[in-house]
Design a protein around this ligand. Structure first.
Ligand SMILES: [Zn+2]
Length: 300
């Protein structure tokens, strides 16, 4: 009995080992065949790329390479679509001083528009530190423009009353040429935070603030005589002692102006041509720093 049991046990162990080996080989075979069916790392990175990447092309790439069953990326795509959807600016009462250049292109005083004054009072108007700029020196400008999805949108700009006529004329020509601008919103919609506005690739003018990269120099934007266009693709670039600073930091890829990419402002660009024709200077021509998004008109 003892011998028989031992033999039976030996046979039982052999069968068990054989079964285990079959399972292991089957497992290896299955892994080799379908080993890439799930890649948690790629799934984790995919949505992050879609939201963080500034360039619309990259975002599209990230979405395009997602597996159809990859539901993790769907909410991100929906969020992006909602974020990019056109949002009409508020409608304010028509001022009797409104100057209409073309349908949808007009300007009027900020002073007297109480809803608008309240909207900017603690933000771009910066009542806490603003001792030099007053509402009566500012114009509220409305324009139409073509966005990055080739859709018509309405934009709003606050600027010095001295450049309001220039802006409606320039933006009308940009609109006719279907020149793409991603957003034209008041910087107040970004908490008057210039960096947040730049990172969102928002084009804006008036903002009572310090100059980029300084701690005591009041920016020309405080006087409303300059405007930044598609700032993410046309960053502020400063090089001191071999160290380069790019603002916004997320625009580092666009600091190399020898590269060609969409929405780049250079001397061949229509935006550059129109602003310089209207007597503006371009930050891309500055010596110490380059501010490729920046057009400025010097007012006496
Ligand atoms: Zn600027």
């Amino acid at each position: 009995m003892a011998n028989n049991n031992a033999k039976k046990n030996k046979g039982g162990w052999s069968t068990l080992i054989l079964l285990i080996l079959i399972v292991i080989f089957a497992g290896i075979f299955f892994f080799l065949q379908f080993g890439n069916f799930s890649n948690p790392e790629a799934e984790a990175q995919g949505p992050a790329k879609a939201t963080n990447t500034a360039a619309p092309l990259s975002a599209t790439d990230a979405a395009g390479t997602s597996a159809p069953e990859d539901t993790a990326s769907l909410p991100t795509e929906t969020e992006t679509a909602e974020e990019d959807a056109p949002s009409a600016p508020p409608q304010y009462p028509v001022s009797d001083q409104r100057v209409t250049y073309q349908d949808g292109f007009y300007y009027e005083p900020v002073d007297g528009n109480t809803a608008l004054m309240d909207r900017i009072r603690t933000l771009s108007y910066n009542e806490a530190i603003n001792t030099k700029m007053s509402f009566d020196k500012l114009s509220y400008v409305r324009v139409k423009y073509i966005d990055f999805q080739d859709r018509e949108e309405e934009g709003e700009i606050i600027c010095s009353r001295h450049i309001a006529q220039d802006l409606v004329e320039i933006f009308y020509d940009l609109y006719l040429a279907r020149y793409q601008i991603e957003h034209i919103r008041l910087v107040d919609d970004y908490g008057a935070d210039d960096r947040a506005s730049m990172e969102a690739n928002n084009s804006s003018a008036f903002n009572y603030r310090l100059s980029t990269g300084t701690t005591d120099d009041i920016s020309e934007h405080s006087w409303g005589v300059c405007i930044d266009i598609n700032p993410l693709y046309n960053p502020y670039v400063s090089t001191t002692n071999g160290t380069t600073v790019v603002e916004p930091a997320s625009a580092a890829a666009y600091a190399d102006r020898s590269q060609s990419f969409p929405h780049k402002i250079d001397e061949e660009d229509l935006c550059y041509k129109l602003f310089t024709q209207h007597g503006f200077t371009w930050g891309g021509h500055w010596n110490r720093v380059k501010d490729y998004q920046h057009f400025q008109k010097d007012i006496d």
